[in-house]
Write a protein that binds this ligand. Structure first.
Ligand SMILES: Cc1ncc(C[n+]2csc(CCOP(=O)(O)OP(=O)(O)O)c2C)c(N)n1
Ligand SMILES: [Mg+2]
Length: 280
């Protein structure tokens, strides 16, 4: 199996595990967790520099999950990359579990307590500035939601990152066009994110955020411009991978019933079969 197929396979397995976690916990942010799986897989299995045995390695790339509500797929990826044992995922949503309902730094690999939207880019800007001041070559990656762009603090951070010429900072927007209660363009219109960030002095790239091959090509090429922070607009489908969850605002934090979980797993298993069949 080639690299891209093997990453696609991982993404499907992570979608299955994410749904099972949400079902077992009877809590979770289903749509946003599923929409960013391919981004997380591309980053953690191909792009980021890190050592799960040494999560605080000073030379590591920093990844900030600014859209912290999408914690379930994030925890799945962290356990698959070896930051903590997979069995811990079974404790999600249970009393005394180390895995809180939003990311917390006591979980190995998590860089920032997040969930209150709008803070990740500011912290990432600070980390990137620190890297420059210390002459370190690590990069800082920040994953934000598109609804999250309505937070004014994001714009302050965008302005500062450009002012300090932080070309070691790469923001990714999970552009699924939905936020908690509906269409982002109706709730707080974003118009062209390309033009908005461009006007702030950022270099902007755009990709299909559910296409691992395309994602890897774009992410591997960064940073391409010296002296500018980088934004990747990753066009995604909220709820990606399960037909009846895709593009439904109501699935933002809906928990599947046991029948819905079975149906979702059937669909994902079929995708796995197709992937293996295509590989022959
Ligand atoms: C400061 C803040 N306000 C409101 C919320 C409640 N909230 C949780 S998720 C969400 C919608 C986020 O939408 P988006 O950024 O598009 O995320 P995604 O579609 O990827 O789930 C909101 C408003 C929050 N977490 N933080
Ligand atoms: Mg969204």
């Amino acid at each position: 199996m080639n690299k891209v197929k093997s990453l696609q396979q991982k993404a499907i397995l992570i979608r299955k595990r994410t749904l099972q976690m949400i079902y077992d916990a009877k809590h979770g942010h289903t749509g946003g967790s599923l929409s960013c799986v391919d981004i997380l897989v591309a980053l953690y299995f191909d792009i980021l520099r890190y050592d799960p045995a040494n999560p605080k390695d000073p030379g590591r790339d920093r990844f900030i999950m600014s859209k912290g509500h999408s914690v379930e797929s994030y925890y799945c990826v962290l356990s698959r990359t070896g930051f903590f044992p997979e069995e811990i995922l079974n404790t999600y949503g249970k009393f005394n579990s180390p895995l809180a309902g939003h990311p917390v730094t006591k979980v190995p690999g998590v860089e920032l307590n997040s969930g209150s939207l709008g803070h990740g880019l500011s912290v990432g800007t600070g980390m990137a500035l620190a890297g420059k001041m210390d002459n370190k070559d690590y990069k800082v990656w920040v994953l934000m939601g598109d609804g999250e762009q309505a937070e004014g603090s994001v714009l302050e951070a965008a302005m500062a990152a450009s002012h300090y010429r932080l070309d070691n900072l790469i923001a990714i927007i999970d552009r699924n066009r939905l936020q908690i209660s509906g269409d982002t363009e109706k709730i707080m219109r974003l118009d062209s994110l390309q033009e908005r960030y461009g006007a702030f002095g950022w270099h902007v790239a755009e990709t299909d955020g559910n296409n691992i091959e395309e994602l890897i090509n774009v992410l591997q090429s960064l940073p391409v411009v010296k002296g500018k922070p980088h934004l990747v607009i990753a066009n995604t489908t909220k709820g990606k991978g399960v037909s009846f969850i895709e593009n439904q605002a109501g699935w933002h934090h809906k928990v599947p019933s046991s029948e819905q979980l079975d149906e979702a797993i059937r669909e994902l298993n079929q995708q796995l079969k197709n992937l293996i069949k295509d590989d022959r």
